[in-house]
Design a binder for this molecule. Structure first.
Ligand code: TYM
Length: 330
């Protein structure tokens, strides 16, 4: 079985981009692959150095992941800081990562623009830490959304440089999605990808209550509709269809596709339908997540069990790494 690794930052509630870009694939993959899924608390420190809410955020995120269908008996679910071997690999890879390439990373440039007062070294080397998450398990498949593509390429570069300099330790990882291409969910205002830091009315969280979900979808950007057959869909309309494909049944999607082709589509009706299907989709996850988040005994079981398994595997890789590098003196 191939090894899978993916990670997610505990910086707030899960939104539809996280869910459809990553988590939904994780849930499917756990039955087919040797899976590791990591809550990357160290990564969150690059932008959220305040740790007051970290514990609650980690518990909440685990609750949402488990409620989405991740099973601690199928996949190794763990917290990054429980595996210090990741930090050791990060140190080695930092010597193989060039300042110039790190500065050119799109996510780094975005963060510099967003938080010019906190351009710390951790932010610059974020892709090195992410590469360490992946390579420490010698993973080959990494289920992520489209925004992580460049980070994956960097992970391959760092792994390849290590192999070239010290000897083959790492297989090459690549981004994975069950669909034909990696997923990108846009915000409902059509301004870039859906994210925690964007306009809150444009981001749907799994924790949103029914009415808030309806309100957000009804406010989603649309226009007066196509005027001639064959008009390509603007990306904010394409995004509504994408969401509909993810939560509505196929006949309903087909009906609106045909309405679009025939220029008879009424976006108000489409959004009403999408809102109801979205509410029905999210409600059971939200309710289950709340229950799990408060079940501290179960969370402790999950965190401990996952941490032990992840660490055991990471220690195997560290042995290979130290041997390859000749860091053994007795
Ligand atoms: P993070 O925490 O920002 O997001 C978690 C996952 O959600 C996906 N995602 C999206 N997919 C589609 N459309 C969107 N609008 C959208 N927004 C977020 C992300 O692609 C991601 O898969 N650097 C990573 C965390 C990480 C990681 C790793 C991932 C750390 N180490 C190792 C994979 C492997 C991040 O910030 O994801």
């Amino acid at each position: 079985k191939e090894t899978v690794l993916s990670g997610i930052r505990p910086t707030g509630f899960l939104h539809l981009g996280n869910y459809f870009g990553a988590v939904q694939n994780w849930v499917r993959m756990q039955h087919e692959y040797n899976c590791y899924f990591c809550v990357v608390d160290w990564h969150s420190l690059t932008t959220h150095p305040d740790t007051k809410e970290l514990r609650q955020n980690v518990h909440r995120l685990l609750g949402e992941l488990l409620a989405s269908g991740l099973d601690p008996d199928q996949a190794v679910i763990y917290v990054q800081s429980d595996v210090p071997e990741i930090a050791e690999l990060y140190l080695y890879l930092n010597m193989l990562a060039y300042k110039g390439e790190l500065e050119k990373t799109v996510t780094f440039k975005d963060k510099v623009r967003q938080h010019p007062q906190n351009v710390n070294a951790g932010l610059l080397t974020y892709p090195v830490l992410m590469a360490s998450d992946i390579l420490i398990h010698r993973a080959t498949r990494v289920p992520v959304g489209k925004d992580q593509e460049q980070h994956l390429e960097m992970a391959r570069n760092f792994g390849e440089r290590f192999n070239h300099r010290y000897g083959e330790v790492f297989p090459m990882p690549s981004a994975f999605n069950y669909g034909a291409s990696l997923t990108k969910i846009l915000g409902l205002d059509g301004n870039g990808k859906m994210s925690k830091s964007a306009n809150q009315m444009a981001t749907i969280y799994l924790a949103d209550d029914d009415d808030l979900i309806r309100k957000k979808i009804m406010k989603a950007k649309t226009d007066s509709g196509p005027t001639a057959p064959g008009t390509p869909k603007p990306d904010y309309i394409e995004n509504l269809f994408l969401m509909m494909q993810l939560v509505s049944n196929a006949e309903i999607v087909l009906k609106y596709q045909q309405d679009y082709e025939n220029c008879t589509i009424r976006y108000g009706d489409m959004k009403k339908q999408l809102a109801e299907d979205m509410v029905a989709f999210i409600r059971p996850i939200r309710e289950k997540a709340k229950a799990i988040e408060n079940d501290k005994e179960y969370l402790t079981y999950v965190i401990k069990k996952g941490g032990e398994k992840a660490r055991a595997n990471a220690m195997e890789t560290i042995k290979l790494i130290r041997n390859a590098m000749g860091l053994n003196y007795v």
